[in-house]
Ligand binder design. Structure first.
Ligand code: BDR
Ligand code: CA
Length: 309
């Protein structure tokens, strides 16, 4: 079978960086484009960070485009420092040689769909995909599979009710959830089972490559943030779960569901409602419920070790 052609829609983001590097090092998939969206930091920074990561991976063949800079409705947040002021842990970077594709990110996605069946990995707010559906009605028919990191059944991370990617643009999530495509959602309940620890950070440093050094350096402030917030240094690999689903699907248990998102709540704006009742068992929309973290960590170590200077 041909390798899936994969577009990554992202707001890098430290865990986005790990997800992208994992994807670019994985022979099971063919990454054909990366599109930035505003999220963890504003679009100007997420687009720059996407270029930095592609440059770091030495993959000048992969087009990088800037998508939407504002959510469909309004953004209620302040600039986040979870990922540092620059979105990648505030390291020093040279200006990347990788340049931005001249197309708007949404049009890059549309072009890639026209060229053949596409799998989309969405690991930021869903604004680009909502605008894609608005501008190109029916285009979801050309998408084989949409894997999203977002949402939560039990506890949010921006508010008690809402997870960041959905909360940052709930109207976009509503449009994306309502369209007719095969969706696999990786909510916080799943992603919090996928974490790295200090041994993994030491391992990445010891690889002796620029990728290894930078990953370890980026993850350190992320671990410190987690320690301040949750009381331990677990490095949660939210976004890598969306890529991992395409590499080793058997390691993630899934169930069929129906998805809804709250757009109007006073306390619950951006909350996802994941209806797990049996009537949805055969749905094309599924959520990840359990992951084998040791299996994931060992694949991540192996793939990141393939980068050489
Ligand atoms: C999501 O929010 C971002 O901070 C992460 O990159 C991830 O996509 C987790 O809630
Ligand atoms: Ca992200």
């Amino acid at each position: 079978m041909a390798r899936p052609r994969v577009l990554i829609d992202t707001d890098p983001g430290v865990d986005d960086a790990v997800a992208i590097l994992l994807a670019l090092a994985s022979p099971e998939i063919d990454v054909v484009g990366i599109v930035a969206v505003a999220g963890n930091v504003p679009l100007e920074k997420t687009a720059l960070n996407a270029r930095r990561i592609v440059e770091l991976a030495g993959r000048h063949d992969v087009p990088v485009a800037a998508g939407c800079g504002e959510p469909l409705s309004e953004y209620l947040g302040e600039d986040s420092v979870v990922h540092g002021h620059d979105g990648l842990g505030d390291l020093d970077w040279d200006e990347p040689a990788v340049t931005l594709d001249p197309r708007h990110g949404v049009e890059l996605i549309a072009d890639l769909i026209r060229q053949g069946p596409l799998t989309i990995v969405a690991i930021g707010p869903l604004t680009n995909l909502a605008v894609l559906l608005q501008r190109h009605p029916g285009i979801e028919g050309g998408v084989d599979h949409l894997v999203i990191m977002g949402g939560a059944s039990f506890e949010g991370n921006v508010t008690p009710a809402a997870e960041f990617n959905i909360w940052a643009d709930p109207e976009a999530a509503q449009l994306v959830f309502a369209a007719d495509w095969r969706i696999t959602l990786m909510p916080l309940d799943l992603t919090h089972q996928a974490y790295l620890n200090d041994d993994d950070l030491d391992y990445f440093s010891s690889l002796g490559s620029e990728v290894g050094r930078r990953i370890a350096a980026m993850l350190e402030p992320y671990a410190q943030f987690h320690d301040r917030w949750y009381g331990n240094r677990d490095v949660i690999m939210h976004d890598a779960m969306a890529v991992y689903e395409l590499l080793d699907s058997a390691a993630i248990d899934k169930q069929g569901v129906r998805l809804a998102v709250e757009t109007n709540g006073v306390h619950s704006r951006g909350a996802t409602f994941i209806d797990r009742r049996r009537e949805h068992a055969q749905s094309r929309v599924r959520v990840g419920v359990r992951v084998d973290n040791d299996r994931f960590r060992s694949l991540l170590r192996e793939r990141l070790a393939t980068y050489r200077d």
